[in-house]
Design a protein. Structure first.
Length: 330
């Protein structure tokens, strides 16, 4: 059976670099910090979404991936492709990374609309898919949600890509989530705002700030001005889209500890929230502020910084509640 072109089935994609889904404009990387450019090469949040006709027994996916050397600590890490239907996991298939390989995911009876969450390690590139015993078609397009943040947004310490809070919230709202979280980044880099301004999107969320306490210390005054500048650049491309600003979630060591410039995360969080509220009061009526501090308790942190699965679910629920009145079709 002929392989289908995977591109009409891809969701959660920002840009394509040839066949590879990437999360930064390949033609404008010179202005990006090297660490963020490296993270942008990973297919975080990328999914393959399709409708399967009744009687379709399975979907076969072909992909290529980098293969780590024998001494690489990632050499033993397997690729896991997770199958979801109607907001629920229905299967998972794992395989060892290979230069080119395919996996087969059995489908439950009755057909329907499915999502396959692509693994992130070794940046696998989907190449094609085909039905086993039936037929596939691309899933209908959904409103597109651009989510920018740091490693928490990228999904660190969630046990699977599907459990990261942007993926969870997107399923709750029926959105096509585009995860633009970059571990170690999201420090208010203004070229990122310009990238976001150029991307098509129906809703937007900014969830950054914790890396502005450390490792890139700033003052509350700097963060206040940067948030205003970031939103200003973003609004050039999305003047009327609902925009949710999520301030940093709990980080116990930073709440009252002072960074190299003398600022606590509590002070930085207040500055970020104040910038959002001031912009809303000045006429940006579709800018919303969600305070991040109340969303998590210490038991929701896996390592003192990143949420565990329960923490990701709590953030997802709060974000979905905030965005629900502004989500098209709801």
């Amino acid at each position: 059976m002929t392989w289908l072109d995977v591109r009409p089935f891809l969701r959660g994609t920002a840009w394509l670099d040839g066949a590879r889904p990437v999360r930064a404009d390949p033609g404008d990387l010179a202005r990006w910090p090297w660490d963020m450019a490296a993270r942008a090469a990973l297919p975080v949040g990328v999914r393959i979404e399709f409708r399967a006709a009744p009687g379709t027994r399975a979907v076969e996916l072909r992909y290529r991936a980098e293969v780590p050397g024998p001494d690489d600590p990632l050499a033993a890490l397997r690729h896991c492709f997770a199958l979801w239907r109607d907001g629920r996991p229905v299967g998972e298939v794992c395989a060892a990374p290979a230069p080119e390989a395919s996996v087969t995911l059995p489908l439950p009876e009755g057909g329907g609309t499915f999502s396959v969450y692509v693994p992130e390690a070794q940046a696998p590139v989907p190449l094609g898919l085909r039905a086993v015993g039936g037929a596939l078609s691309p899933a209908p397009a959904r409103p597109r949600w651009l989510v920018h943040g740091d490693s928490i947004t990228e999904g660190w310490w969630s046990t699977r890509p599907a459990h990261a809070w942007p993926a969870d919230a997107g399923r709750r709202l029926g959105l096509d989530t585009v995860n633009l979280g970059y571990a170690g980044g999201a420090r208010g880099e203004l070229p990122v705002a310009e990238h976001l301004a150029r991307l098509p999107g129906d809703l937007l969320t900014l969830a950054f700030g914790t890396n502005c306490w450390s490792p890139a210390p700033v003052t509350p005054e700097w963060l206040y001005a940067t948030v205003r500048a970031f939103v200003g650049l973003l609004r050039r491309g999305h003047p009327d889209a609902p925009l949710l600003l999520v301030s940093p979630v709990l980080r116990p060591e930073a709440e009252h500890g002072r960074n190299a410039l003398g600022a606590t995360l509590t002070e930085l969080r207040r500055a970020m929230e104040r910038a959002g509220r001031d912009l809303a009061a000045e006429g940006d009526e579709r800018l919303l502020v969600l305070p991040g501090r109340p969303l998590l308790r210490e038991e929701h942190l896996a390592d003192g910084l990143h949420p565990n699965d329960a923490g990701h679910a709590r953030i997802a629920a709060a974000v979905a509640e905030a965005l629900a009145p502004y989500t098209p079709g709801r």
